[in-house]
Design a protein around this ligand. Structure first.
Ligand code: MN
Length: 237
């Protein structure tokens, strides 16, 4: 039986003067492979070349990384905005819209959840510590695969069907978050401070955005988060 091919979007990375370009944390492709999929990376070359990859895929992961350029939700940069990559934003917005039209399953992770919201008309909190001063720490200082805080999961959501719990532990490596949720999306998990931690598309059969990093929790031995990738791969067949 053919394994589902899962495209993974990529960040810009500069390692040395001579090594610059595609970067994606290895937990993404290792976890896809470990759960039975075939990972392929989508470089930020051009919108046309990225869209040309979509017919080859059975599923799409929008990965984490840079801040989203606030121009894509009609705002100017907050003083605490981090580095952005405008070509990546444009490519991912185009990929998300086309993938939804093509009924392709999408798992959007961290920045991925944020740009899923932006691609559908929502806005972001540009910097949690300064814009939401009562929020907890969402940028953990301990290892990436370890959990950091609770999230409360909506009962009749797909996420709840996958996890089987209304309260679970997640890791947290983000200083931005979803602010105004796009009309097409529904909030399905929030942290105890009210920060939105997961969204699902209201109509599409599988388009989930999570603010945490399930790929690194799986790499750290968390089986519950493995269920998220199993669900993506099942939807991808
Ligand atoms: Mn968090």
């Amino acid at each position: 039986m053919n394994k589902p091919v899962i495209g993974i979007t990529t960040s810009y990375g500069k390692h040395t003067e001579f090594m610059e370009g595609v970067y994606v944390h290895h937990d993404y492709h290792r976890t896809v492979a470990a759960r039975g999929g075939v990972p392929i990376l989508i470089p930020n070359a051009s919108i046309d070349s990225a869209l040309a990859v979509l017919p080859l895929l059975s599923g799409l992961i929008i990965s984490g990384g840079e801040d989203v350029n606030p121009q894509f939700y009609g705002q100017d940069p907050h003083p605490k905005l981090g580095p952005t990559c405008t070509v990546r934003d444009e490519i991912e917005i185009a990929l998300i819209r086309r993938a939804l039209e093509a009924d392709l399953p999408i798992l959007a992770i961290c920045r991925g959840a944020q740009i899923l919201n932006v691609a559908l008309g929502g806005t972001l909190v540009q910097d949690i510590p300064s814009q939401l001063p009562d929020a907890m720490q969402h940028t953990q200082l301990h290892p990436r695969g370890e959990d950091a805080h609770w999230v409360n999961v909506e009962k009749d959501s797909r996420l709840h069907a996958i996890f089987g719990e209304t309260k679970t532990r997640v890791n947290s490596l983000h200083h931005q978050a979803i602010h105004e949720v796009a009309v097409a999306l529904r909030t399905v998990a929030v942290a105890n401070d009210g920060v939105i931690e997961a969204v699902e598309h209201r109509q599409h059969r599988f388009a989930i955005g999570v603010q945490w990093h399930p790929e690194s929790m799986v790499a750290h031995g968390n089986q519950q988060m493995g269920g998220l990738f199993d669900a993506l791969l099942a939807a991808a067949k």
